[in-house]
Write a protein that binds this ligand. Sequence first.
Ligand code: IPE
Ligand code: IPE
Ligand code: MG
Length: 253
Amino acid sequence: MALFSSSTRQVPPTAVVPRHVAVIMDGNGRWAKKRFLPRVAGHVKGVELVREMVRACLERGIQYLTLFAFSSENWRRPQEEVSLLMQLFVKALEQEVEKLDRNGVRLRVIGDLSRFEPKLQELIRQAEARTAGNTRLDLTIAANYGGRWDIMQAVERMLAAQPDKRSGWQDADLEPHLSMNFAPEPDLFIRTGGEERISNFLLWQLAYTELYFTPTLWPDFNTAEFDKAIASFQQRERRFGRTSEQLADKPNA
Ligand code: IPE
Ligand code: IPE
Ligand code: MG
């Protein structure tokens, strides 16, 4: 069973920090181009900003941080860039996991990992095992992830779990099989880099998430920028289909 029922059935408070933040870290290539550097320099700088964001989440008591690092469509990029991204991923795992562990961060990687090299798969498995007991922050990296893939793999598993059921399926039948079944749905979604689209990220889970788009490129998205996104979130009223008056009256009715 999933730990959390769909957050659309209850209204979580927005005045506090979001419980779950999901981010599309976009704009590394353009950041590098502006500086006449190769695209990979933008990705290297991007890893530094991941470090800063993790620190900021720990300081602010945010419980879940989910980062889109590589989409199932990113294999379409030039082979050299794909291979450099994989090397960076390996290096980050080798260098950062100890520190994450020391800081109480639990690391998970979601996506179809079967397409990654065995060495990378093994590093992921080790990092997940090593940090499995940590509870301060749940850091999830989406790698070779696609929202449609996630829904399809969940449907397959849902059908296999109840082979005789023909109709009457509910959200709650599917949700335990989704990759993010351990977390509440994101409260705040951030996309840097100026595009205003979801690019096949968490399609099911973002149904009622507050969306924040900023032109700031990911390598420039520092803690001050993050605080602006949180402040924007805190001004919003999440209604989940209800009216303002109902919320003032009885927020969870
Ligand atoms: C995001 O930055 C990182 C990945 C997709 C791996 P981009 O590489 O997409 O940067 P832009 O969008 O080309 O600037
Ligand atoms: C989305 O960024 C995926 C990641 C940040 C990992 P892209 O740069 O690949 O998205 P599109 O192609 O602009 O939609
Ligand atoms: Mg991009």
